[in-house]
Design a protein around this ligand. Structure first.
Ligand code: GCB
Length: 616
């Protein structure tokens, strides 16, 4: 091929790959991958010198001082003012804040760089770079070319690598990561958690055939007569498959569940398929028996395996029904943090630690606040039988007027749902937390709810709302409650206003005939600080708060369906600056930053134990 044509083709493929960013790959564990985790070099770049020239113009692609380019000097007189090396390194996955003192409070740009080689570079394959999450904005460059960029700190993304760009040896990979907060981003500038920056989750090179299964969703068909299905042990199963591109005639996808001898073959036209079939002998997934089946999707002889549980979740009037039976959510809220090491959680080991605490509490549910947590959490929840509330960081006062912000929220929502809609544990998608009531905000949130339902009609939708206190009467009448399946509220009676004892006389009124869930309640305590119960920050105060709350919960109207108090462990927050009790920690944890259980932990544990023994 003459040189000119190959260059032309190269740019064609390149521009195509940029527009294909939306094509998220899911089930990375089931694909053919090479891990790019490990030690990366970095440059800390608060002025963004690697990105802008001295006139503050974006550098052009071949600029030697662009930090995406390999710094080379050919002659002794050549000048280069940047470089990567062994002296400055960070571990991936991981936030940067916990890895080097210089990063503790850093918010800005850091360039990550590593090289990789491949054992083989088959002509008939396609290659993608997949990131579990980068907080917040990532620009990805390979061998001096930009593959694309992504915003959103807690959701996955991928870029295709144009074939001609990839080499067998010395691939020079650079990621510009920027965690600066902005008013028009999600979350916005104001939160109550640490803005951990960096490549916080796994990085993979994924090798795929020319046409492959990009995404799939599979679940019990909503709306079927579950009682009859359970009696007959024959369930309607349905879902969809999206291929990476349109197929020629006579193309098939097969779905197998070997344990129950399901093998279904579906013809595909175009690039997608909606399917349904009967599954005989399937045992439903539940917290008591979190049964998972190996499910194999195959296209062109390429199998893609997953472990999937089948269950139904819906509401009926004031109740939440799991597999047709009323369920009470004994929950706890969690941030994605390992407090002992002041870092973001990311690994299986981390998930094991957090779920160890959850199990010890006798909880059956977690609210993964306030953003989608890493995939190890939802996968482990699947195998442990823990129910999950998963949320996007539409938190407090984001810019509801701005249509661009709505687009960003929808994008994060869809990335969360596409990644996790085959996790039986996930029963609730939450579209936000404590957003201030106004018509524009309600329209914004309604648009998110609509989007969530379009992407997944097999789960419940919620949002954590606020509640007003009218002389001891707590009225839940936020107009958003009309559109969610569960009315969830955050409530802090006795911490933000009043004393814990005020819970004794509090009255609750809910405008909606829907399940009521307490998505937060909590009080701060410094572990090891003991005093009379009226003394703020003492373990006794927090214990008192929990005792009163539990008693109040027991008196709740009959639509009360569960709670996820705030919060499992103390967590880092720059808003929390009391010099003795906080020192940069939100102290509402039931467990402190060294893993010690505070007195209140045992109050909640006992309540959950009682509920359990009553079969609730
Ligand atoms: C809330 C927020 C949560 C905060 C918590 C607190 O209502 O939803 O993100 O951390 O209160 O501790 O004040």
């Amino acid at each position: 091929m003459p040189k000119i044509t190959s260059i032309f083709l190269f740019f064609m493929t390149f521009s195509l790959s940029i527009s294909a960013q939306e094509d998220l790959l899911m089930n990375i564990d089931g694909r053919n991958t090479i891990s790019l985790n490990g030690t990366w070099s970095y440059i800390i770049d608060p002025y963004e010198t690697g990105f802008y020239d001295y006139r503050y113009k974006e550098r052009n692609e071949n600029d030697r001082e662009a930090y995406w380019n390999r710094p080379v000097t050919e002659k002794r007189s050549d000048r280069v003012e940047h470089g990567y090396g062994d002296k400055y390194t960070l571990q991936v996955p991981g936030d940067w804040n916990s890895q080097e003192e210089v990063f503790k409070y850093y918010e800005g740009t850091v360039w990550y760089q590593r090289e990789f080689s491949l054992d083989e570079l088959p002509e008939d394959k396609r290659f993608f770079l997949h990131f579990g999450a980068v907080n917040y904005e990532a620009h990805v460059y390979l061998n001096g070319k930009k593959l694309g960029s992504h915003k959103g700190g807690f959701t996955p993304f991928n870029f295709e690598i144009p074939r001609l760009l990839l080499k067998k040896e010395e691939n020079f990979l650079v990621v510009k990561v920027d965690n600066k907060r902005h008013p028009e981003e999600i979350p916005t500038v104001n939160t109550d958690w640490w803005n951990f920056g960096g490549i916080t989750r796994d990085v993979h090179l994924v090798t795929l055939p020319q046409n492959f299964i990009q995404q799939y969703a599979i679940h019990l068909t909503p709306g079927q007569d579950l009682e009859t299905a359970k009696k007959r042990k024959r369930f309607d199963i349905s879902g969809s498959i999206k291929l990476s591109g349109p197929v020629n005639d006579d193309s098939f996808v097969t779905i197998e569940i070997p344990e129950v001898r399901v093998k279904e073959r579906f013809e595909v036209t175009g690039d997608s398929l909606a399917f349904s079939f009967r599954g005989k002998g399937i045992k439903l997934w539940s917290p008591e028996d979190p049964k998972l089946y190996e499910v194999i999707f195959s296209h062109n002889g390429e199998p893609l395996k997953d472990r999937i549980g089948f269950r139904s979740i819906k509401t009926e009037g004031k109740d939440i029904l799991l597999n047709g039976e009323k369920i009470f959510l004994r929950g706890i809220s969690i941030h994605e943090e390992i407090p002992q090491q002041m870092r973001r959680a990311h690994s299986k080991e981390d998930a094991r630690q957090l779920f160890g605490y959850v199990k010890d509490l006798n909880a059956n549910m977690v609210r993964l606040a306030h953003y989608p947590h890493n995939e190890n959490m939802t996968k482990m929840a699947d195998s442990l039988g823990i129910l999950v509330w998963s949320e996007i960081p539409v938190y407090w006062t984001i810019d509801f007027e701005n249509p661009e912000v709505l687009k960003k929220a929808k994008k994060q929502l869809s990335e969360m749902i596409i990644r996790d809609r085959n996790r039986a544990s996930v029963i609730i998608w939450s579209v936000g937390n404590e957003t201030p009531v106004s018509p524009v905000r309600t329209e914004f949130m309604k648009a998110l709810i609509k989007e969530a339902r379009e992407l997944d009609d097999s789960r419940l939708i919620s949002a954590a709302l606020e509640v007003g206190n009218d002389n001891g009467v707590f009225r839940i009448d936020d107009p958003l409650g009309e559109f969610t399946d569960i009315v969830a509220v955050n409530e802090y009676l006795g911490w933000y206003g009043g004393l814990p004892g005020d819970a004794k006389t509090a009255k609750w009124e809910v405008t909606y005939n829907k399940p009521l869930f307490f998505s937060e309640t909590g009080a701060g305590a410094k572990a090891g600080y003991h005093a009379e119960k009226e003394t703020r920050w003492s373990e006794e105060y927090q214990e008192w708060y929990y005792r009163e709350q539990v008693e109040m919960m027991k008196r709740m109207p009959n639509n009360y369906s569960g709670l996820s108090p705030w919060i499992l462990t103390d967590f880092r927050s720059p808003r929390r600056n009391h010099p003795d009790f906080q020192e940069g920690w939100n102290r509402k944890g039931l467990i402190d930053n060294e893993g010690n259980r505070k007195k209140a932990f045992f109050v909640l544990k006992k309540y959950y134990e009682e509920l359990l023994s009553e079969g609730i």
